[in-house]
Design a protein around this ligand. Structure first.
Ligand code: PMP
Length: 408
């Protein structure tokens, strides 16, 4: 493995050299999307420049080449998350589509009966709430919500006690995009499985921070987005255990997912094709493969140790600021910090520091129930990746002091 060196790594990401408002970009919004290394950008350009053709169809050279690259990317994903088989890797648009796929497909099957329950948590992204609400009314099922404590951790005792003989699925986030909390997925899966309930994990934030092993976690479904793990937008993954994917009906109908079609009856392809109707994001898949290759150069533990150092440093620096309060102090936390400052709206914080080229997120981060839980309308959020530096955190700190001065 290549030794991690932040200066070298920064050279791999061309955008980090650009100026914003005549200042060097300080990109601290990695929970929203990560930047792309040159190798990912090259993979997209090369594909469109030399290899572009539709896949799974033509018997000519380019189509076979494109198919091979796309299917090779599926193999890379399979290895990356340690799935048993590449057929358990469904390419989708992102985490949102992955969760909608499971919800829609289960809705169309006989999986749910009236009165059944789906358990989610109070720290879910809207994309792990709304899809279940959309099917709730059609299937007359109920949503139950695992509460969180003041530190922003799941209450596992409450979770255990809310499981009933009506519970059919648990769907929880691995790492909260707002609080940074790393949830004990293995424990949650153990509890659910002891009652024969499958678990879907929203891994949108986890892929870039942790080494994820779906067999070790024993998750039944695992969803993530390519763009949050240094790959392109518009491509993501739904991992599902074959036993579930095989019993689930298709999500969308169209080309590529069928075996035979007549007006009377259609038969479907095996997984994963059954769930991949239409021309997919071929370049995106290949780009995601390149992103996985990029990450795989490094020892993941080295990357997460560095991010932990950034988190610790940022937590200390921000805590020095009078009136600043960090929302979410979980014992297990990834490099995401949400905060509020007394008397200053988060939007003002974001707008003012942007003039110094510092990009952070402000708002509810698609987690309005968390805002309600902590009694704030919005937060400012800084989220770090391994290409960020302590100097950038110092700039954030200086920027926040400047904001405070303006409001004094
Ligand atoms: N879940 C979490 C925890 C997220 O952070 C995000 C993206 N902010 C999503 C789901 C949705 O991902 P996407 O928009 O890529 O589908």
């Amino acid at each position: 493995k290549k030794k991690f060196d932040v200066d070298e790594v920064r050279n791999d990401f061309p955008i980090l050299k650009r100026l914003v408002n005549d200042k060097p970009l300080v990109y601290l919004d990695n929970a929203a999307t990560t930047q792309k290394p040159q190798s990912v950008i090259d993979a997209l350009t090369n594909y469109y420049t030399y290899d572009n053709a539709n896949i799974h169809r033509g018997l000519y050279f380019l189509s076979e080449l494109a198919t091979e690259q796309y299917e090779n990317a599926r193999l890379k994903v399979k290895e990356f998350i340690n799935a048993i088989s590449a057929s358990e890797i469904i390419f989708v648009r992102g985490t949102t589509e992955a969760i909608n796929l499971v919800a829609s497909s289960l809705c169309r099957s006989k999986y749910f009966s009236e009165g059944d329950e789906v358990i989610v948590s109070n720290m879910e992204h809207h994309s792990n709430i709304v899809p279940w609400q959309l099917i709730r009314d059609r299937k007359k099922i109920n949503l139950k919500v695992i509460p969180i404590n003041d530190a922003g951790e799941l209450d596992l005792e409450a979770f255990e006690s809310m499981i009933s003989d009506k519970t059919r699925l648990v769907s929880v986030v691995h790492i909260s995009n707002t609080l940074g909390t790393i949830n004990p997925i293995k424990k949650i899966v153990e509890i659910a499985h002891s009652k024969n309930i499958p678990v879907l994990v929203d891994g949108a934030q986890a892929m870039s921070h942790l080494k994820v092993d779906v067999q070790e976690l024993d998750a039944d479904f695992y969803a993530f987005s390519g763009h949050k793990v240094f790959g392109p937008t518009g491509i993501g993954v739904l991992y599902g255990k074959a036993e579930f994917l095989e019993m689930m009906p298709p999500y969308q109908g169209g080309g590529d997912m069928i075996r035979t079609v007549t007006f009377e009856k259609t038969t479907f392809e095996d997984i994963p094709k059954k769930f991949e109707a239409g021309t997919p994001n071929i370049a995106g898949g290949i780009g995601l493969g390149a992103a996985i290759d990029y990450v795989n150069q490094f020892d993941r533990a080295e990357l997460s140790d560095y991010e932990d150092m950034l988190l610790k440093y940022a937590t200390e620096r921000l805590s020095e600021i009078d009136g600043l309060k960090i929302i979410g102090n979980a014992g297990e936390k990834a490099s995401v910090i949400s905060f509020v400052i007394d008397g200053i709206h988060p939007y003002d914080i974001g707008t003012i520091i942007d003039t110094d080229g510092i990009a952070i997120r402000t708002g509810h981060h698609c987690t309005q129930p968390i805002m309600k839980r902590f009694g704030v309308p919005a937060t400012a959020r800084a989220s770090f990746s391994f290409y960020n530096t302590k100097e950038e955190i110092d700039k954030l700190y200086e920027g926040l002091l400047k904001v405070k001065k303006i409001f004094e």
